[in-house]
Structure formats: structure tokens, C-alpha cells
Design a protein around this ligand. Structure first.
Ligand code: HEM
Length: 400
């Protein structure tokens, strides 16, 4: 049976209401499906688990297409300071630049290093949960989960307490700004220059000190790379984690038997994190890559220099990998095969950190807020989306 698609179906309001149905149809199509995005660019969508893995590993699919297409041209937009910084972000580079930069920062993100942050994160989570309990009725985004990830990144990087309010303001602008020339980028870059200078003189136990210490060992991040790295942590680590937290809570509260299972055994918190990531991770399609030549993939052929959209939502509900993929189930034995953090070269650098934050928060909520409920009927909630506005919650009075 041939599966037909409208040209921009991925972005149509009906698809947004039920995106998983679209990704299921792409899986069924048995070929890469071309879609035209709102800016007029074609994106070839691939959605089966095996094909998404193939795309994430493919040597002829990557980011730095200009090197392959027109190696002698230095693009105009690389000239402004903010754009130059944006172009040095790890997530947009291919090997060998990617390998070098990632090697320099990766030790700071291993599960062991990140585990040292646990007591600090737990302290913040405890305060947020206690405050929510005091409120009784509250917004699960603004009043409970939103403050955690940005504060964790500030702590990890080593932003001093007195600068945290300013840091949060910049980060909100940087995270939302599509325009890389935003004044916030430059102000933030100047601030980091100054802070890096202080850490060079007097190192502390934080990421910034670690990164500037590399300078004395020969190979180090240059100034633009350092600013780009911290900016990327903000961009890649904030809304994703907020999204996992808020959608996890929502999924648990709308699946009472799963919520009861977590209340009975809060050590299921890790399983709740993984199943949330599989069932509805924050990243629908990884940032687009390009084909460097004609590429055979997913039962079809994508021409050279075209955009490829590897669908994590498609992969994570592929019935050939996950049994009953549309069921939210904390006891799923195959959950670890999900691709919510990507795979291979660009596998999420902050995966251990995101998992730790979500696990701590789900544990705290299960132990401290067992009477937590939605404050509206589930049908009144809008569709699942990354920029989740709010999640009205209340704590039911009386016994648990
Ligand atoms: C990359 C998901 C949290 C930092 C990625 C990628 C995905 C992802 C899918 C791969 C993108 C690609 O292949 O193009 C998530 C999810 C998170 C999360 C689901 C939820 C908990 C974080 C956190 C941080 C972070 C907390 C850091 C503070 C990064 C960085 C990259 C990345 C730096 C780029 C890695 C590279 O290009 O080598 N993330 N992320 N992420 N993530 Fe995360």
C-alpha cells in the first residue's frame, strides 16, 4: 500500500494535535518522506528505529555541508561576533572539530562527575517541592519544575550566587532568541570573559575553572568556543529537562495505575524517567543534518545536499522494537533502547545530568506529594509540546 503525504503535513495543526500518527505513517511509508518546512526548506523525514540509527551513524550525513558543497567559500554570516560564536557550537560541528571539542569537555559530564552534584540538586528539589506543597494549588511549570534546570547549569558552570539572577535573565533570552546577534549573547560573552579571568587567577571546583585550566596544558577551547559551549549547555539543557519533568508528571497523573506503582515504590523513579523519554521525549526530530552526497537510506534515496530529519518520536514508538509502543508502562523491559538522547557522535552530553535531575524530582514528588492531582480535566490540557506553557496542579486535601 502506498502512503501519501501532503507537502507540509508535519507542520499542519492536525498533525501537531497528534504528531505520533504522522510519524507512524512515515514508518509505514518505507521510504524517506519529503516535507517542506515553513521557511520553504525541504526536509526528508526518516522514522523507523533502525533507519534513524542508520542516519545518526551515517558518514555522509552531517552538519558542515558547506565544506562538502563549497569548501572555498567562507559564509558571510560567520563574520559577526555572535554568529561566529554560534557557529562554534559542538552540536553543529562534524569530526574532526567536533571530536576535539567534545573530548575537551566530556570528562565534566561523565555519570561519576555528575553524581557529585546529587546532594546539591536534591536540596534545590526539596525546596521546590516544599514550596509547592505550601501553595496547595499551583502551576507545575512555573512553580515547580522550571527553576531547577537553569540553576543546575549555573551551579555546574560555576556562576556565583550574586550573578545568578542576571544569568537566568540572559539564559531566558538566549534560549528563546532565534537571532544569534541578540545583545544578550554579547553581554553574556563579556560576562563570561570576566568570570573566566577570575577563575584563571583563582580556580574553584566548577566547569569553568576546569575548562580554563586546560589552557596551561596546551590544547584548550579558544574564547569563542568557551562562550559557545556554555551557551549550548543553556540551550540544550534547559527546556529539554523542563519538558521531561512536566510531561513526566502529566503522564503519571493521567495514568493512575502507573502513578500508584510509583507511590508504592519510589525507586521506580528512574523507570518513570526512561519511559517518559521514550513515550514523549522533548526532541521530536533531531536538529536537521545534510546529505554530503546522494545517500541510500530507509528504503529510498535522498539526493546530495538535502536536509534529513531523523525522527526520534518515530523511532521510540517503533513496534518492531517496543511491544505495545503506545502504552505508557513503567515496567517495560525494553525501554533502554529508546533514542531520546540521540545516538553516536552527538549523543546528548548532558544525558546523565538530565536523568539525575528528573529522577530526583520524580522521587521527591512521589514521596512528598502523594496527593498530587491535575487541577483541570485531562481533556482541557493542550497537546504535548516542547514549550509547555503550564500544568495546573493541586494537592488533594485529606489522607493519601
Ligand atoms: C545533544 C536530548 C538534556 C546538553 C542532545 C541530543 C539530544 C538531546 C536528542 C542530540 C542532538 C543531535 O543528535 O543533534 C536531551 C534530552 C534531555 C537533554 C532528552 C533531557 C533531559 C541535556 C542537558 C544538557 C544537555 C541537561 C547539559 C546541561 C547537550 C549537548 C548536546 C546535546 C551539549 C550536544 C552534544 C554534541 O553535539 O556532541 N541532547 N538533552 N542536554 N545535549 Fe541534550
Amino acid at each position: 500500500m502506498t502512503v501519501e503525504f501532503r507537502p507540509s503535513e508535519l507542520w499542519e495543526p492536525d498533525t501537531r494535535r497528534d504528531p505520533h500518527a504522522f510519524h507512524a505513517r512515515v514508518r509505514a511509508a518505507g521510504r524517506p518522506v519529503p516535507q517542506v518546512d515553513p521557511a520553504g526548506h525541504r526536509l526528508w523525514v526518516v522514522a523507523r528505529h533502525a533507519d534513524v540509527l542508520d542516519g545518526l551513524r551515517h558518514p555522509a550525513i552531517g552538519h558542515e555541508v558547506l565544506r562538502h558543497q563549497a569548501p572555498d567559500v567562507i559564509p558571510e554570516h560567520h563574520r559577526s561576533e555572535a554568529a561566529r560564536i554560534a557557529a562554534r557550537q559542538l552540536i553543529q560541528l562534524d569530526p574532526p572539530d567536533h571530536t576535539r571539542l567534545r573530548g575537551l569537555v566530556s570528562t565534566a559530564f561523565t555519570a561519576r562527575t555528575i553524581a557529585r552534584l546529587e546532594p546539591w540538586i536534591a536540596g534545590v528539589a526539596d525546596r521546590l517541592v516544599a514550596r509547592a506543597r505550601g501553595l496547595g494549588t499551583f502551576d507545575g511549570v512555573a512553580d515547580l519544575v522550571d527553576p531547577l534546570p537553569v540553576n543546575v547549569i549555573a551551579q555546574l558552570v560555576g556562576i556565583p550566587e550574586e550573578d545568578r539572577a542576571r544569568f537566568r535573565e540572559w539564559s531566558a533570552i538566549i534560549v528563546s532568541a532565534a537571532d544569534h546577534d541578540a545583545a544578550a549573547t554579547l553581554a553574556f560573552a563579556a560576562y563570561l570573559d570576566e568570570l573566566a579571568g577570575r577563575r584563571r587567577a583563582v580556580p574553584e571546583d566548577d566547569l569553568l575553572s576546569e575548562l580554563v585550566a586546560l589552557e596551561s596544558q596546551g590544547d584548550a577551547l579558544d574564547r569563542d568556543e568557551l562562550v559557545a559551549m556554555v551557551q549550548l549547555l543553556l540551550i540544550a539543557g534547559q527546556e529539554t529537562t523542563v519538558d521531561v519533568l512536566v510531561n513526566g508528571i502529566r503522564l503519571l497523573l493521567t495514568h493512575p495505575e502507573q502513578w500508584q506503582a510509583l507511590l508504592a515504590d519510589p525507586s521506580l523513579a528512574s523507570a518513570a524517567v526512561e519511559e517518559t523519554l521514550r513515550f514523549r521525549g522533548p526532541v521530536e526530530i533531531v536538529p536537521p543534518r545534510f546529505t554530503f552526497r546522494e545517500v541510500d537510506i530507509a528504503g529510498g534515496t535522498i539526493p546530495a545536499f538535502e536536509r534529513v530529519g531523523l525522527s526520534l518520536w518515530g523511532a521510540n514508538r517503533d513496534p518492531s522494537v517496543f511491544s505495545d509502543p503506545d502504552v505508557f508502562d513503567l515496567h517495560r523491559p525494553d525501554v533502554h533502547r529508546h533514542l531520546a538522547f540521540g545516538h553516536g557522535t552527538h549523543f546528548c552530553l548532558g544525558a546523565s545530568l538530565g536523568r539525575l535531575e528528573a529522577r530526583i524530582m520524580f522521587e521527591r514528588i512521589a514521596r512528598e506529594l502523594p496527593r498530587l492531582r491535575l487541577a483541570v480535566e485531562p481533556e482541557e490540557l493542550d497537546g504535548f509540546r516542547l514549550h509547555q506553557g503550564s500544568l495546573p496542579l493541586r494537592i488533594r486535601p485529606g489522607a493519601a
